[in-house]
Ligand binder design. Structure first.
Ligand code: GTP
Ligand code: MG
Length: 368
């Protein structure tokens, strides 16, 4: 799963990237000239106290947290029009966005917006995304028109169906709407998944502030708060970056002094993970304790496929132990004696925190 960190110039994208990844990429205090796309990429662990507990309990050779990839993607600017192919490609490859919105006031840091206003910053990016989706959709419609008039290729019913869908999307975009707001059939969603449409992707807003504030309504217009609902976080970027570069003991002291209950990293990663519709299930053995990301509502057989395609193909059943019960009862033996250990079939919907042990028949060895 990959998330793109975006925002207007000088809003604190690289600062956030450094907080999330423990990195030390250079932050700037001026707006860079030109629109050369600069991308920093890092894979980070999703912090999870349950993995820590399981690791202590099973003492495996290896402990693996679920992972999420963050990319700091610079050069989304105001009034840019069509994005460059490099920028559009980078943006289309991520599964969601973390949009950093500058709410800190710092005279020495250049600002593309005067007066500086968070709601305007959000609508600016939104408009740029809508415009670029419009270009993609129009290009597709032109291609379909050509295909239809030439004939000889795909059947006309399919082409006309696609024409109807893309015309419908175009109308929505002309109204300034994000395509994520549109309910689409599973088939239409699948068709669109290859187009990398920007406004189809979920977006987490990070209000980058110098002040401790927990109410987004004090910063944003109420409609924006309503649109993004739980996908808004207030974050003290600069302070968090300074803390992230301290050792654990000093960082804990600092956080206490500033009444920061949970590291920014944990808050952002957890929220991003939720925004992508993911939860974790676990596998445990002497070799490895591991957390795996899975979409809410996915079944045991899909979970098996996340681990290995052979497990999916040869799936028989899955042993299931809810983490909370194991933590409470303390051992697999107690889980079994108290009926908390279960066997489930392939359609079982995996629950947040389930520990799975997949029973499967390995594929037959190929004869050489
Ligand atoms: N006061 C204050 N300054 C911040 C905060 N976050 C970032 N800055 C400063 O703002 C400047 C820009 O930060 P960056 O993280 O480089 O911003 P950016 O969005 O990556 O900038 P570009 O990549 O050039 O678009 C730096 O001087 C940071 O120190 C913050 O929360 N408070
Ligand atoms: Mg930067």
């Amino acid at each position: 799963m990959k998330l793109g960190i975006i925002g207007l110039p000088q809003c604190g994208k690289t600062t956030l990237f450094n907080v999330l990844t423990g990195g030390k990429k250079t932050t700037t205090y001026h707006i860079r000239g030109g629109s050369q796309v600069q991308i920093h990429t890092a894979v980070v662990d999703v912090p999870d106290h349950r993995v820590d507990w399981l690791s202590q309990h099973y003492c495996p050779k290896k402990t693996t947290y679920a992972k999420i990839t963050f990319q700091d993607i610079s050069s989304v600017e105001t009034n840019q029009g069509a994005f460059s192919p490099t920028l559009l490609h980078a943006l289309s490859q991520v599964q969601g966005f973390v949009h950093v919105v500058r709410t800190f006031q710092e005279q020495s840091v250049a600002n593309p917006l005067t007066p500086m206003d968070a709601t305007t910053a959000i609508s600016t990016i939104q408009n740029e995304f809508v415009l670029n989706d419009m270009i993609t959709v129009e290009r597709k419609l032109q291609g379909l028109k050509l295909e239809w008039s030439k004939g000889g290729g795909r059947d006309r019913i399919t082409i006309e169906r696609e024409q109807r869908l893309f015309t419908h999307l175009k109308t929505a975009l002309e109204d300034g709407q994000s395509l994520i707001e549109h309910e689409l059939s599973v088939e239409d969603s699948r068709l669109l998944s290859g187009f990398g449409l920007l406004t189809r992707k979920p977006m987490l807003l990070i209000l980058n502030s110098d002040e401790e504030e927990s109410n987004p309504e004090k910063i944003l217009d109420p409609e924006v708060v309503l649109t993004y609902k739980q996908n808004i976080l207030i974050f003290m970027g600069k302070l968090e970056m300074e803390i992230a570069q301290l050792d654990d003991k000093d960082a804990a002291l600092f956080r206490k002094e500033y009444s920061i209950s949970e590291p920014g990293l944990t808050r952002v990663i957890k929220r991003a993970y939720e925004m992508l519709g993911l939860h974790s299930f676990f596998t445990v053995s002497e070799d490895e304790v591991r957390a795996w990301p899975l979409r809410y509502g996915f079944s045991a057989i899909k979970a098996a496929g996340t681990i290995h395609s052979d497990m999916q193909a040869g799936f028989i059943r899955s042993e299931v132990m809810p983490f909370a019960n194991l933590q409470q009862l303390g051992s697999e033996a107690s889980m079994k004696s108290s009926g908390k250990w279960r066997l489930e079939g392939k359609n079982y919907v995996v629950q947040e925190g389930d520990i799975l042990r997949i029973r499967f028949s390995p594929p037959a060895q190929k004869q050489v």
